[in-house]
Design a protein. Structure first.
Length: 158
């Protein structure tokens, strides 16, 4: 089972900023990549009789919380952009705290703007000890207006 869970975690790290959801209800297990925003979304995600069953389904047919398959090309907007992001302790991306309702990474169109934001962040006591680095990244954005989906993927550029 741990190998299966590791594969799900690896896929989530690559495509969903590490997010995936597994829920146990009275009779079934449910799973998706990303985070459920509403409990009604459970009808769109995979169901199975066991933890292993639902994880295998998720790997065989990756779905997000809205039932959209990874790689499905039915989005209203799908774009790539070279931007800058802030990396925390060489591990995690700094979240977009200006829009906390979305679980996105804070990105900037110029390196100068990113460094300016680092200066502002460092002034906050709870962030002053963090090792923050400005990194050039590729941001992939997927938007599906009808389903209300807005997904962001960040890849570090060398």
């Amino acid at each position: 089972m741990s190998a299966l869970l590791s594969k799900v975690e690896e896929f989530a790290n690559e495509h969903y900023a590490g997010h995936f959801t597994v829920i146990k209800t009275n009779k079934n297990w449910h799973a998706c990549f990303g985070v459920l925003d509403e409990k009604e979304e459970i009808k769109y995600i995979h169901s199975g009789k066991s933890f292993e069953d639902v994880l295998q389904k998720l790997l065989n047919e990756p779905l997000d919380s809205s039932g959209v398959r990874v790689g499905e090309d039915n989005f209203d907007f799908h774009g790539f952009e070279d931007v800058y992001a802030i990396k925390i302790n060489d591990k995690h991306w700094f979240p977009d705290y200006y829009h906390p309702e979305k679980e996105h990474v804070l990105v900037f169109t110029t390196e100068k703007k990113a460094f300016k934001e680092v200066e502002l962040i460092k002034k906050r006591p709870k962030y002053s000890e963090l090792d923050l680095k400005v990194v050039r990244v590729e941001e992939e954005t997927l938007i599906h207006f009808k389903k209300g989906i807005h997904r962001q993927t960040i890849r570090e550029l060398q």
